[in-house]
Each structure stands twice: as C-alpha cells, then as structure tokens.
Write a protein that binds this ligand. Structure first.
Ligand code: MRU
Length: 352
C-alpha cells in the first residue's frame, strides 16, 4: 500500500487563509483566499470548509485575520478588545452543532482577555491558531493509532460523511483510523456511504481514499443495512460533532440509523473524535442543537442544476442526528478508548 499523502484543507499564509473549496471537489481543486474574518465566517456557513475540527481551526485563523484588521480600525486597546470579541461572536454564529468551533474560539477569547497590548494580542492569537492547527493533526494521528489497534488484520469498514483530512487540519478522525490501519499494514476496504443530502461521502471521502489508493466501494445510504445483513461489514467507524457527558453523540444525519443497524447485526460501532468534541456541560444528546439546513439541499442535485422533487414539496433537512450512547461500542480519542460509553465512564475518563 502506498505512503499516506498529506492532504490539507487549509493553508495559513500569514496575512490570508487559503481554503480548499470543498463545494467544488471532487471535480475541481480550487482554493478560496480569505483576507478578512467575514470571508472566513462565510466560508464556514457556505461549506467551503466543513467538518467539526476543521471549522474550529479555520475560525481560529478568522479571529487572527479579524484582529489584524481591527488594529488600524480601533480607537485604542479597549476598543480593539471589544471589536475582536464581536468578531469571535460572529464566527461562533456560523454553525451551531459542532462544539469544536466554540472550543477553538474559547481558546482565542482567553488570549484576547489575557493580552497586554494590541501587538501582543495579535502575535499571541496567531501563535494559538497555529498551535490549534498543529495539535489537531497530532491528535488525529493518536486517534488513528488507538483506533487501528482495535482492528483485526482484515476489515471492511463502513463510514459515513467525511471525517478525513478535509474535515480536520489533516489526517482525519474516523478516516484517520483507516489511514493508520493502512500504515500498520492491515488489509482494509472502506464502504463509503454517499451521505445524502450533501454527499460528503461520495464527493469528499471517495476523493480522499482515491488519492491514497485505499480500496473502497461507494454505496448509497440505503444499501448499508443490506450489506450488514449479508455479512459484508466487519466494523463501522464514524466521526462526531458533539458528544454529551453520557456519550450520546451528534454526527452527520444517518449516523443514528447506522448505529441501530449495527446493533441488530452485532457489528462494532465506533466513534472517532478528539476530546475537544466532548461537551461536558451537557448531560445528554437531547441538549445538542441540531442544525437545520436549506431545503434546497434535498430538493436539488448537489450541482443545483436539476431539481429532483415536485415544486411545492415540503422538506425536513436536519444536518445531524444523535446516536444514543448505548448503541456505541467505543469512543476512540487521542487519549485512548472509552468502551461502552456512559456518563460514569466519560466522567472517569476525563478525570484521569
Ligand atoms: O456538515 P458537515 O460536513 O460539517 O458534517 C461533518 C460531520 O458530520 C463529520 O462526521 C464530523 O464533523 C466529524 S469530522 C472529523
């Protein structure tokens, strides 16, 4: 198997942020250049960049760009701080479900609060954003290692959405486990759910696996159950957008269905996520805000030039669902695996 490639969805240029336009993949590789925080906020809202860890990293760079902009637009230190806090609020309002966004912005806010001068704050914000990006890749490699250790020498892994390099600063979470297993020399085949309606699986996961030469089959979401019944799936690994204190996990719509099917067929169902995806302030999944996205994603093909449904069709489009903790075999983090997660186990894990 070939060497794992270093796919990156973003490049920090010092005075701008380059984002690989994920709306255009896999048909063209185009970069969006953001020179100000509003461009970054829109890029998150419009899905130029998506995936829980990636939007956290990108938002952190958005704060840096915003602080640099405000240096010349502020009437002194206090005004500068107030303006940067407004920028943080703007970035926080882009997407509601993935907690990594708020986690990264909290880190940036702390820097602003502790800073002694405008220059110091800007320099410290840039260092922090670079650290968040670097740490994310390191974290993902550790998740990959712990996850791959759980796998046997031959696996057919079903995954959902895109949890790869594109959804993070690099390497990926659930797809990072796949990468690590390949690096360990395991014989891995991936079943890629296309992930209606936004098709992150078909467009992005398939693209990443193809770049790496990792064997995969693309399937439509409704094929997963039947393939499980046929014994063609040995394990399911997905990512997460927010994990509650009891282990209930929000992830891309369709994950819950997979967890129920996995239970029915006795297939291990793993979540791979950094500890920054845990929201210990909430007790259970019902407290996780679920983003409702535009009806157009359901009514039209992704390329937007062909309508699927009749005019007048009413649509529901929750972008995420919540998998109850009791359907999860284990949560793979950079600090180890939480087996059969429950409130007690999660709390104990974080108290170590
Ligand atoms: O709407 P998206 O594409 O941002 O949703 C992404 C997911 O649901 C991923 O599974 C999750 O963020 C984990 S990415 C490592």
């Amino acid at each position: 198997m070939g060497r794992i490639k270093d796919i990156r969805p973003l490049k920090w240029m010092g005075d701008s942020l380059l984002l690989l336009d994920q709306r255009k993949l896999p048909l063209s590789e185009e970069w969006v250049e953001c020179r100000d925080y509003e461009c970054v906020a829109r890029a998150i809202e419009e899905m130029v960049v998506r995936g829980a860890p990636a939007i956290g990293v990108v938002a952190a760079y958005g704060v840096v760009l915003g602080a640099k902009e405000m240096a010349s637009k502020s009437a002194g230190y206090a005004d500068f701080k107030a303006k940067v806090e407004l920028i943080i609020n703007r970035l926080a309002a882009t997407r509601p479900t993935a907690v990594n966004l708020f986690w990264a912005l909290k880190r940036m806010k702390k820097i602003v609060e502790a800073g002694k001068s405008i220059e110091d704050i800007i320099a410290a914000l840039e260092t922090e954003a670079i650290n968040i990006e670097r740490q994310d890749v390191e974290t993902n490699r550790k998740i990959g290692y712990y996850g791959a250790e759980l796998l046997s020498s031959r696996e057919v892994i079903l995954t959902h959405c895109n949890t790869g390099a594109l959804a993070t600063a690099g390497y990926g979470t659930a797809l990072g486990v796949v990468r690590a297993a390949v690096e360990m020399g395991k014989d891995v085949t991936v079943l890629v759910d296309e992930t209606r309606p936004y098709l992150q699986g078909a467009r992005l996961t398939a693209w990443e696996l193809q770049q790496e030469g990792i064997p995969y089959y693309l399937i439509t979401d409704n094929m997963a159950g039947w393939l499980m019944a046929l014994g063609e799936v040995t394990c399911i690994i997905v990512g997460a957008d927010r994990i509650a204190r009891n282990g209930d996990t929000a992830n891309k719509i369709g994950t819950y269905t997979l967890s129920v099917l996995a239970k029915e067929h006795g297939i291990p169902f793993y979540i791979a996520a950094p500890t920054s995806t845990f929201d210990l302030s909430i007790k259970e999944g019902s407290e996780i805000p679920i983003e409702e996205r535009s009806s157009e994603e359901v009514l039209y093909c992704h390329c937007k030039n062909c309508r699927i449904a009749p005019y007048g069709a009413r649509v529901k489009n929750p972008a995420f669902d919540v998998t109850p903790h009791y359907n999860i075999t284990g949560i793979i983090t950079e600090k180890g695996v939480i087996n059969s997660p429950s409130e007690d186990r999660v709390v104990e894990f974080f108290s170590q």
